[in-house]
Design a protein around this ligand. Structure first.
Ligand code: NAD
Ligand code: 6OD
Length: 477
C-alpha cells in the first residue's frame, strides 16, 4: 500500500519515500512518504483553520453523528482494514479481525455515545457584603483544547490511534496524527473513511514519517499544537515531555510496562496457565498490557512452570516481531537472560518454519526462570513473547516483588480467595489490575499507568476531561 498524508482535506505524498517491509518475510509491501517540517506546518495550520471554522462550529450532536459515520465507514471497509493491518504488522488475521479493527470502530461509537452523557455543574453562590452582596450563579462549560497532536505506536496501530483521535474529535478539537513509521496503512485508510464521512477539511489531518528529528518531533515541538496525546516507549515519552515543556503543552502519556502476574496457590491453575499463555504471548508479547513477570506461590510453582513451558513450546500460529531491529532487541534479551544465569524452560531462540517466514522477524515464545528481581531481564521492558517466572512464599512478598519495578501499567491476580483478591488488587502499583482475567476492556474505565508507565488516564470521561478545558463562568446576579 502507498501511504499518503491527509492535510486540510487533501491526500498527498510529498517528501522522500521509504519502503515498508513485511515482518512476515522481509519483502516490500508498500511505500511511505516522509513528512518534512513544511508539511507538518501545513497540517497544523489546516487543523487551526478547521477549529476556527466548520468543526469548531459543529454542535456536540453534529460531532457525535460524524463519529458514527466514521465508525460505519470502518465497518464498510472492514476487510481492507484487516488486510492492511495484517500486511503492516504480520499479526494473525484473526487478531486483527476480532480485536484491532472492531475496536477502532468501537472507539468512535463509544465517544459518540458519551457526548450525550455530558453534564456540568452549577452553583448558586452568596456574594459577600464586601463584594456588593446578593447572589451569583457559577456554572462550568467545557471547551476544546485546540489542535491536538496524536502520536501512536506500531503494536495496535489503528486501535491505539483511534483511542485518541475519537475522544479528541468528540471534545471538539482538531487533530494532527502521526502513526508509527512501521504501520502507516490503516491510518491512511482511516483518513479515507473520515474524508468519506464528510468531516470538515482540517478536522483530522495525517502526516507520516519517523519520530526523532523528523515528523514526530516537528509536530510535538510545534507552537501551534495545544496538547499532545502519545502512546509509545517511556524513553520517547520523556523526550517528548522535554519538548512539551518549552510551551507548557499538556500531555497524556501511555507508556511502557513490565507487567506482573501474581498466581496464588489457591488459584484455578488451569485458568491461570491459560490466562498467562494469553497475557504473555498474545500478539507475540507486543501489547503493552502483556505479562513479562510471573510470581507463583511456591507450592504450585513447579507445576505452573512445567505447564506454561509445555504450552509455550506448543504454540504455532504466532506472528513476527514488527521489524528486524525489534527482533534483534528481543533476541539480545534472550542472550542477556542466559548471561544473567536464567534457566530457559521454553524457547529462547529463532523458530524454523521451512517456508517464507524464515526470512521474517520471528522469535520463539520463551519462558525463563531462576533470575532475581534485580536482573535486567526482569526489570527492563522486552516487548516480546517472553516471561520470567519466580516463586514467592507470602502475600506481602508477592506484592513486594510485583511493586519492585520502575513500571506500573497493568497486573493480574490469580486467586479463588475473594478476600485476598480485594486485599491484593488495590495494593499492586499499577493503573489497571485484573483478577482472574486479562485484557478485559470496558471503554468507560480509566486506562493508564503509574511510575514510568504514563501520565494521566484515558478512557470514557477521563479522555473527554483531558481533551477539554473546564471554564468557570460566574455571573453576579
Ligand atoms: P516508540 O516510542 O518508539 O514510538 C511511538 C511513536 O512515537 C511512533 O509514532 C514514533 O515515530 C514516535 N516518536 C519516536 N520518537 C519521537 C520523538 N522524539 N518525538 C516525537 N515522536 C516520536 O514506541 P513503539 O516502539 O512504536 O511502541 C512500543 C512501545 O509502546 C512499548 O514501549 C510499549 O509498551 C508502548 N506502548 C504503550 C501502551 C500503553 O497504553 N501504555 C500501548 C502500546 C504501546
Ligand atoms: O485497550 C485499550 O484501550 C488500550 N489502550 C490498549 C493498549 C494496549 C497496549 O499495547
Amino acid at each position: 500500500m502507498r501511504a499518503e498524508h491527509y492535510v486540510g482535506g487533501v491526500f498527498r505524498a510529498d517528501g522522500p519515500e521509504f519502503p515498508l517491509l513485511s515482518p512476515v518475510d522481509g519483502g516490500q509491501v508498500g511505500t511511505v512518504p516522509e513528512a518534512g517540517r513544511a508539511t507538518v506546518d501545513e497540517a497544523v495550520a489546516a487543523a487551526r483553520a478547521a477549529l476556527d471554522g466548520a468543526w469548531g462550529a459543529a454542535s456536540p450532536q453534529d460531532r457525535a453523528a460524524a463519529l458514527r459515520r466514521v465508525a460505519d465507514g470502518i465497518d464498510r471497509r472492514f476487510d481492507e482494514f484487516v488486510d492492511a493491518e495484517v500486511a503492516d504488522t504480520g499479526k494473525p488475521r484473526d487478531l486483527a479481525a476480532t480485536v484491532d479493527i472492531p475496536r477502532a470502530a468501537g472507539n468512535f461509537r463509544a465517544y459518540a455515545d458519551l457526548l450525550y452523557g455530558q453534564a456540568e455543574q452549577a452553583y448558586a453562590t452568596a456574594v459577600p457584603a464586601w463584594s456588593g452582596g446578593g447572589q451569583a450563579l457559577n456554572y462550568t462549560v467545557r471547551r476544546p483544547l485546540g489542535v491536538v497532536a496524536v502520536i501512536s505506536p506500531w503494536n495496535l496501530p489503528l486501535l491505539l490511534l483511534t483511542w485518541k483521535v475519537a475522544p479528541a474529535l468528540a471534545a471538539g478539537n482538531t487533530v494532527v496524527a502521526k502513526p508509527s513509521e512501521e504501520t502507516p496503512s490503516t491510518a491512511t485508510l482511516l483518513a479515507r473513511v473520515i474524508d468519506e464521512a464528510g468531516l470538515p477539511a482540517g478536522a483530522f489531518n495525517l502526516v507520516h514519517g519517523h519520530g526523532a528529528d523528523a515528523a514526530g518531533a516537528f509536530l510535538t515541538e510545534h507552537p501551534g499544537v495545544s496538547a499532545i496525546a502519545f502512546t509509545g516507549e517511556s524513553a520517547t515519552g520523556a523526550s517528548i515531555m522535554r519538548t512539551a515543556a518549552k510551551h507548557v503543552t499538556p500531555v497524556s502519556f501511555e507508556l511502557g510496562g513490565k507487567n506482573p502476574a501474581l498466581v496464588f496457590a489457591d488459584a484455578d491453575l488451569d485458568a491461570a496457565v491459560d490466562g498467562t499463555v494469553a497475557s504473555s504471548f498474545t500478539h507475540s508479547g507486543q501489547i503493552c498490557l502483556c505479562t513479562e513477570r510471573v510470581y507463583v506461590e511456591r507450592p504450585v510453582f513447579d507445576a505452573f512452570v512445567a505447564r506454561l513451558g509445555e504450552r509455550a513450546r506448543a504454540l504455532r500460529d504466532y506472528g513476527p516481531m514488527i521489524s528486524a531491529g525489534h527482533r534483534d532487541k528481543v533476541l539480545s534479551y534472550y542472550r542477556l537472560a542466559r548471561e544473567e544465569g536464567a534457566t530457559v524452560v521454553a524457547g529462547g531462540g529463532v523458530p524454523e518454519f521451512g517456508d517464507a517466514r524464515d526470512g521474517g522477524y520471528y522469535v520463539e515464545p520463551t519462558v525463563l526462570t531462576g533470575l532475581p528481581n534485580t536482573a535486567r531481564t526482569v526489570r527492563e521492558e522486552i516487548f516480546g513473547p517472553v516471561c520470567h517466572v519466580a516463586p514467592f512464599d507470602t502475600e506481602d512478598e508477592a506484592l513486594r516483588l510485583a511493586n519492585d519495578s520502575p513500571y506500573g501499567l497493568a497486573a493480574t491476580v490469580w486467586t479463588r480467595d475473594v478476600s485476598r483478591a480485594h486485599r491484593v488488587a488495590p495494593r499492586v502499583e499499577a493503573g489497571i489490575v485484573w483478577v482472574n482475567g486479562w485484557n478485559i476492556r470496558d471503554l468507560r474505565t480509566p486506562f493508564g499507568g503509574v511510575k514510568a508507565s504514563g501520565i494521566g488516564r484515558e478512557g470514557g470521561q477521563h479522555s473527554l476531561d483531558f481533551f477539554s478545558e473546564p471554564v468557570n463562568v460566574c455571573v453576579n446576579l
